[in-house]
Design a protein around this ligand. Structure first.
Ligand code: ZN
Length: 136
């Protein structure tokens, strides 16, 4: 069902401060920094060898990420797996009785994404990603 681990998403309070840590102190390479206005967040993708992380910071107090930060604080937020066909995967998960946050895919930074409810996966939220052809 899942073809490969794409990235681990980490919620942070402030993107610039987090970049100082991950890029400047820990030596990750910044791949891209992007605003996602419809989710009121800003994200940065960084790489170390074969592993990619996504730092996510709210740009507005109304954002769901801001509420998450308030409740849970900074830290790991989701694990993203690449899938070949997101509709097929969502249908299979629904058939298995796995609780989903998104029943239909939404637009992500690198393709179509959908989230599996953390209650269904022992507390670790899963992001499914069907990459756009030009991001493969
Ligand atoms: Zn992600």
């Amino acid at each position: 069902m899942f073809t490969r681990l794409d990235h681990i998403g980490i919620v942070v309070a402030d993107l610039d401060t987090a970049l100082q840590t991950y890029r400047d102190r820990l030596g990750f390479t910044l791949l891209e920094r992007i605003e996602i206005p419809e989710q009121l967040v800003e994200a940065a993708f960084l790489e170390a060898n074969n592993s990619t992380i996504e730092l996510i910071a709210p740009t507005d107090t109304a954002s769901g990420t801001a509420r998450y930060l308030e409740k849970r604080g900074e830290g790991p937020h989701h694990v993203c797996y690449e899938v070949d066909d997101i509709e097929v995967t969502l249908a299979e998960l629904a058939q298995q009785g796995v609780q989903l946050i998104d029943e239909t895919p939404r637009r992500g930074v690198h393709g179509r994404v959908a989230f599996v409810h953390p209650k269904a996966t022992h507390g670790s939220m899963i992001e499914l990603l069907e990459k756009d052809a030009h991001h493969k």
